[in-house]
Design a protein around this ligand. Structure first.
Ligand SMILES: [Mg+2]
Length: 124
């Protein structure tokens, strides 16, 4: 059995998805309907809007002191909406979502090793 198949089987047993970011990105593009001459503005506003939906749901949990009955499914759905805009922004920039994810992890792991996870500044 190939390593990829073993990994897929293992993740399936753990009830985890094995979708690749690059595949998600290209599939998400099939649902991208917006004015291409305003793509950067549209995608940025969409990303902020969907992030705001997450913030609003969290705000209501704080306000009501009790999460809604569906909060554990509602929030991941909103995370998915944020992901869609991230994938389309990456596509607009001709960047691969998987590569962005890997680079981000490398950056954070490097900061962790160097003890600079806290603090501020993009290039620490
Ligand atoms: Mg949404």
């Amino acid at each position: 059995m190939k390593l990829e198949e073993e990994a897929h089987k293992f993740m399936k047993q753990k009830n985890k998805s094995t979708i690749m970011a690059s595949i998600y990105q290209s599939s998400a593009k099939e649902t991208a309907i917006f004015p291409k001459d305003k793509a950067l503005e549209y995608l940025t506003l969409g990303l902020v809007g969907e992030s705001g939906e997450i913030a609003n749901k969290i705000k209501k949990i704080i306000r009501d002191k009790i999460p809604s009955a569906n909060w554990k499914t509602d929030l991941p759905n909103e995370i998915g909406d944020v992901l869609w805009y991230c994938a389309m922004l990456a596509d607009y920039l001709d960047a691969d979502l998987g590569a962005i994810m890997e680079n981000n992890l490398e950056k954070l792991q490097s900061r962790k090793k160097r003890g600079v996870l806290g603090g501020s500044g993009d290039n620490r």
